[in-house]
Design a protein around this ligand. Structure first.
Ligand code: SAH
Length: 343
């Protein structure tokens, strides 16, 4: 049976038409599911019994099983969920002055193999279904009893390596009758799958794009991101330019600062040359050290020097403060710890 949480409004309409029902019932269904948060179709009081029986035959209102909920001193919460097939995934809830944001996982494991990242230590076992990504937002919002206003697709997995499900997910959480998360409040982050960036440029929702660049040249990027062997920095920059041209939207460039690797003056200047004249915003992120990895966080003075060079050369830049460091809220660390404990 199919999870109803994986159905976009258009898919529901198609289903209804096939059943000889009026397509407007799709909006009714969405309101019941995401506003009234029903746990059984029987709760839908304005829908006739025979149709409820049909829904029960065709769909499930499934949920995610909570395994661990950790709370950080800064308000960040991390959730470890068990999927119906037993796999574990993690979701993070962050509290900002502008509202609550949720960071979702898109795959069980990840195949991108970025050297510095804890997520890639487990190879991808499978894609998450759209419903499993939607349920992360819904369940976290229910458990924490907050309205989620922002979503970042920056958890474990490469969203563009699970493209169709991620697109469905975006449509579902954006629906104004449902979770109503504004497209401008959603950010999808990719390590740089060039063909998908170009496809995404033509997607009709105004969702933000972030690129994990992390290096200012091919030599350094080759050392830490295997994807750079498939798509060179020049091709990636060209795809970002295409995206900006098509969407007129500013792109976020993520750049983690790793000690002695990508944090020098030369790198900062090279990055400025690479991004010169582009409508981008650079997010400098202090590297979050991972026990099994040799990489170290840059020294504070090097981070500031890097920031100052970009600023001076008129690149939009911020040095991000991290959240949830005390609860392993960074990048696959809870899941990898838990899986190890279970072994
Ligand atoms: N696959 C996507 C999204 C998941 S990772 C992507 O690569 O963008 C989300 C972000 O966290 C990426 O920018 C990733 O490079 C970064 N990241 C991974 N491990 C990190 C670490 N230990 N410290 C800081 N950032 C990390």
């Amino acid at each position: 049976m199919k999870s109803i949480y994986g159905y976009t409004e258009d898919m529901l309409k198609e289903y209804l038409i096939n059943k000889g029902e009026k397509p407007f019932r799709a909006s009714q269904l969405i309101e019941w599911i995401y506003r009234h948060k029903i746990t059984s179709f029987d709760e839908m009081t304005n829908v006739k019994k025979t149709f409820i029986e049909e829904l029960k035959n065709d769909f499930i209102l499934d949920d995610l099983e909570l395994v661990v909920n950790q709370k950080s001193r800064d308000g960040t919460q991390k959730f470890l969920f068990r999927l119906s097939d037993g796999n574990l995934i993690e979701t993070v809830l962050m509290c900002h002055d502008y509202g609550y944001s949720v960071c979702v996982t898109t795959e069980v494991g990840c195949n991108m193999g970025c050297q510095f990242c804890a997520s890639g230590m487990k190879k991808k076992l499978r894609n998450l279904e759209a419903s499993e990504i939607v349920l992360q937002v819904l369940t976290v919002s229910n458990l924490a009893d907050v309205r989620v206003s922002h979503v970042v697709v920056m958890g474990i997995g490469e969203p563009f390596d699970n493209y169709d499900n991620v697109i469905k997910f975006l449509k579902i959480i954006n629906n104004p009758l449902g979770l109503e998360i504004g497209a401008r409040h959603i950010t999808v982050s990719t390590c740089g799958l060039v063909p998908k960036i170009k496809e995404y440029a033509l997607f009709d929702l105004q969702v933000n794009l972030a690129i994990s660049l992390h290096a200012s040249n091919n030599d350094i990027r080759d050392q830490i991101m295997p994807i750079n062997k498939a798509y060179r920095i020049e091709e990636l920059i060209e795809a970002i330019r295409y995206y900006i041209e098509k969407t007129n939207r500013r792109v976020t460039i993520e750049y983690i600062l790793i000690k002695g690797l990508n944090d020098t003056k030369e790198c900062a200047n090279e990055l400025c040359n690479l991004l010169h004249g582009m409508n981008v915003y650079v997010n400098l992120i202090p590297y979050n050290e991972v026990k099994e990895k040799p990489f170290k966080r840059s020294l504070k003075e090097d981070m500031v020097q890097f920031f100052d060079i970009l600023k001076k050369r008129r690149i939009n830049v911020q040095l991000r403060k991290e959240q949830g460091g005390d609860i392993d809220a960074a990048c696959g660390q809870l899941r990898s710890k838990h899986t190890k404990n279970e072994n």
